[in-house]
Write a protein that binds this ligand. Structure first.
Ligand SMILES: *Cc1c(COP(=O)(O)O)cnc(C)c1O
Length: 385
């Protein structure tokens, strides 16, 4: 994608580093997801935490998606962007009173509740402010997402969800709460899941829990299965759009439900990852006895995933003429941390100071995790529209 000199010419005049967003790829991705979901009557909430860049949010909102938020500020941002309040969900293990009140006042679609104490607090705040709250109970289905342990959320040992042993009590507590209505069940087992069998296992657990509640006289209207669909970090040009058909098909086939029961999703990464690239310049090159280094002007302050989760991102030199001599480089940033590295032993054409480097598949959990550690500059952007 970036191995052409038109892109090189366009980028050359820009101050680096910057996030490059391909808005046409974003629209195409959203379109494919929407078509595949609509066809099955599924509802998709975009998980803002993956990327809340305003241009990106506006496009996602305009294409009819709901919003999935994990903070009061994300709820407010969704409202300000024009997302319908009745399409907003609010999840998170630690919602503050102020955040709960923000969501109550906007009358969002549902709170995804993660503990009995949280249920009681939402009930109390709703009563105090003359509101009612719809809640979905987040259940930990104990499904192994086969992904990095930092982004696995659905195991018993994780902090997320109401512990299974407390669910009976939670259902009883809700019956005593005058200001909340239990509308559904919520699940989210992890992120960057590329093995669709994980979602099949999730469906089996969801069916079990739905039956468990229904046997106890609690009707479940909303089944929210969360997000987590992965993208191809190794081959962004070969697979720029996730296989939404196959993904939604699993749920369509394996989730037991009647015509009144709605299925909701909270996709983040799969909608925005591939449209973003971090573009950086080589500041310096140096070679020691064992290593060749490319030192970039972007670091973990712009893209933290490699430092935080040892995440892989494809690294390319922009405008590569074909057939050049290659060398193995450790591609590192300027930040004063040894973890500030984008890749080790990356095979790249022999590079020099001033060359432009693309770090691909950076649209999700990239810009949003930026920090100004080392008093770094604000993030810059370039959009292709
Ligand atoms: C992070 C998160 C998502 C989105 O996950 P992706 O892997 O980006 O699709 C959805 N739901 C909840 C509750 C989350 O915490």
């Amino acid at each position: 994608m970036f191995e052409n000199n038109d892109v090189l010419n366009r980028f050359s005049a820009q101050e680096t580093p910057f996030y490059y967003y391909d808005l046409n790829l974003l629209r195409q991705t959203l379109h494919e997801a929407k078509v595949a979901a609509d066809k099955r009557g599924f509802h998709v909430h975009y998980a803002l935490k993956a990327n809340f860049n305003s241009r990106i949010l506006e496009i996602i909102q305009s294409m009819g998606f709901g919003a999935d938020c994990v903070s009061g500020n994300e709820v407010q941002r969704s409202i300000d962007t024009g997302f319908a309040a009745d399409k907003i969900t609010f999840a998170g293990v630690g919602k503050s009173d102020k955040e709960i009140i923000t969501a109550l006042k906007h009358r969002i679609f549902a709170f995804n509740v993660e503990s009995i104490q949280e249920l009681e607090v939402i009930n109390e705040l709703a009563g105090k402010h003359g509101e009612r709250a719809n809640v979905s109970l987040r259940i930990n289905p104990n499904v192994d997402a086969n992904t990095h342990h930092y982004i696995t959320t659905g195991l018993d040992e994780n902090k997320f969800g109401v512990p299974n042993s407390e669910l009976e009590k939670a259902a009883a507590v809700i019956k005593t709460c005058a200001h909340i209505d239990l509308v559904g069940l919520h699940f989210h087992v992890g992120s960057q899941i590329t093995d669709l069998n994980v979602f099949k296992s999730l469906c089996v657990k969801v069916n079990e829990w739905k039956n468990w509640f229904e046997e106890r006289g609690t009707y479940i209207r909303i089944i929210n299965v969360g997000g987590g669909l992965g993208v191809d970090y190794n081959n962004p040009d070969g697979n720029p759009i996730a296989d939404f058909e196959a993904y939604f098909d699993i749920f369509d086939k394996f989730l037991e439900r009647n015509a009144q029961q709605e299925v909701h999703f909270e996709l983040g990464r799969a909608l925005v990852a591939q449209c973003g690239t971090l573009v950086s310049r080589v500041l310096y090159t140096k070679s020691g006895a064992k290593k060749n280094f490319l030192i970039l002007d972007a670091g973990m302050t712009e893209l933290m995933r490699p430092a935080l989760y040892q995440a892989y991102h494809k690294i390319e030199r922009i405008g590569d003429p074909v057939g050049e001599v290659v060398l193995n480089y450790d591609v590192v940033g300027p930040i004063c941390e040894s973890s500030d590295s984008f890749g080790k032993e990356v095979s790249l054409p022999v590079s020099k100071r001033g060359d432009l480097i693309a770090i691909r598949t950076a649209g999700a959990y990239g810009e949003v995790m930026a920090s100004n550690y080392n008093l770094r500059n604000e993030i810059r952007y370039l959009y292709a529209d």
